[in-house]
Structures are given as C-alpha cells and as structure tokens.
Design a protein around this ligand. Structure first.
Ligand SMILES: Cc1cc2nc3c(=O)[nH]c(=O)nc-3n(C[C@H](O)[C@H](O)[C@H](O)COP(=O)(O)O)c2cc1C
Length: 199
C-alpha cells in the first residue's frame, strides 16, 4: 500500500520538500508501506472551473498537469495522503488550494479518498507564522473528502508537521519541526497499515 506525499511549494526541493521527505522516510520504515512524492512545482495547472464535467465521471475538462495526476490519486492502493505546503500569508499556497479544489472529481465519483489516512505539513519562514492555520485548512479539505485525519502522533501529538525554515541552517536545523514531520509520517503509515491491511 502506498502513502502519497504532495509538496505544494512553487519551489522545487526546498524546505517544504525536505520536511515532506522526512515524513515519507518515516512512513517507508513501516512494513508494507511504499511512498511516492509529487512536487507541484513546475506543474502547470490552475483552479477548478466548476464546469461540472466531473459530476458523472472521474475526469476533468482541463487538459493539464493536474488531470494527469488523477489516476495516481484514484489508485485503490493509495492508503494515505500527506499534503505539505509552505505558509503564505498565514495560509496555504495558491498551488496547494488549486490542487485541493481540483481533487473534486475524486469526491464526486465515489468518494475515492474516503477512509484513507490524511496528514498535513506546513513550513513557514518564522516559528509561529501560521503553520497550524495552514494545516487546519488542509485538514478541512481532507474531512470533506471523508478521510481519517491524524496528528503527528505521540509524544508530541499536535496538528501535524510544523516546520520553520528561517533559522540559521534552514529547515535542516529545525530539529523540532522535522521531528513532527517524521512523527506525522509514522502515524499516517501505521494507521494506514492497520486500516488497509489485506492479509
Ligand atoms: C508570498 C509569501 C508569503 C509568505 N507568508 C508567510 C507567512 O505568513 N508566515 C510565515 O511563517 N512565512 C511566510 N512566508 C515564508 C515561507 O513560508 C517560507 O520561506 C517557506 O520556507 C517557503 O517554503 P519552501 O522553502 O518550501 O518554498 C511567505 C513567503 C512568501 C513568498
């Protein structure tokens, strides 16, 4: 079974990617779990146009890089989803919101993300720059998709991965933030393995 990580920074392989990678490495250490990381950076797509084409089938009227991701997102082997966004003005990036809104065909065609385990990571330039708000709005979408939302697990067990890139040495020096990302990856994977075990 697979845990998919979606990195919603417009910058490739920067801080949010590093935090998501830490989470996915922890997830991959759980037996039976495979991971995949998708970066939205460089992908060309905009928001949902509300055309209604996806009302009856799992498709999208926009022929772009998001629509190409639909089969990966609808894969029955997907057991968990971690969305990671930088904090922009106290919230998620435009890329993250566009990604979330474009996932509407999955909900309209059988709630394809239902019962999958969901978690979120937010990375800000300052310690308290809106990470929890950003995570909460990602969680809101996951709840609307009927996913099972988890924290970063014990012992910290708060909102998910909360990273801080603005300190000397960048996110790699943010031991606390990276620990919450690893905790989240572990928690998502362990619960996904419990819920989706086929044996
Ligand atoms: C338009 C914009 C708005 C930002 N707003 C915030 C903010 O509200 N709070 C915060 O902590 N950091 C803010 N930042 C800083 C980014 O969250 C931070 O640099 C983050 O590490 C970027 O992620 P990345 O390195 O993966 O691209 C903002 C950056 C930009 C470009």
């Amino acid at each position: 079974m697979k845990i998919l990580g979606v990195c919603a920074s417009p910058r490739k392989e920067k801080s949010t990617h590093a935090a998501l990678q830490a989470a996915l490495q922890a997830a991959a250490a759980v037996p039976e779990i495979e991971t995949e990381l998708i970066e939205l950076a460089g992908k060309k797509f905009g928001g949902c146009l509300a055309c209604g084409k996806c009302m009856k089938e799992l498709t999208c009227s926009q022929d772009d890089d998001f629509t190409a991701l639909l089969p990966t997102l609808a894969d029955p082997a997907l057991a968990g989803l971690i969305i990671a966004s930088p904090v922009y003005f106290g919230g998620m990036t435009a890329q993250c919101k566009a990604f979330i809104d474009r996932c509407v065909p999955l909900r309209r065609n059988g709630f394809r993300l239902a019962d999958k385990v969901g978690g979120a990571i937010a990375v800000g330039g300052v310690r308290n720059g809106g990470q929890e708000l950003t995570i909460s709005s990602i969680h809101a979408a996951m709840l609307v998709w009927d996913m099972v939302v988890v924290s970063d697990g014990r012992p910290t067990s708060h909102f998910g991965g909360t990273g801080f890139s603005g300190l000397q040495g960048g996110i790699e020096s943010d031991e606390f933030g990276l620990a919450t990302a690893r905790g989240l990856g572990d928690r998502v994977a362990r619960l996904a393995a419990k819920l989706h075990h086929q044996g």
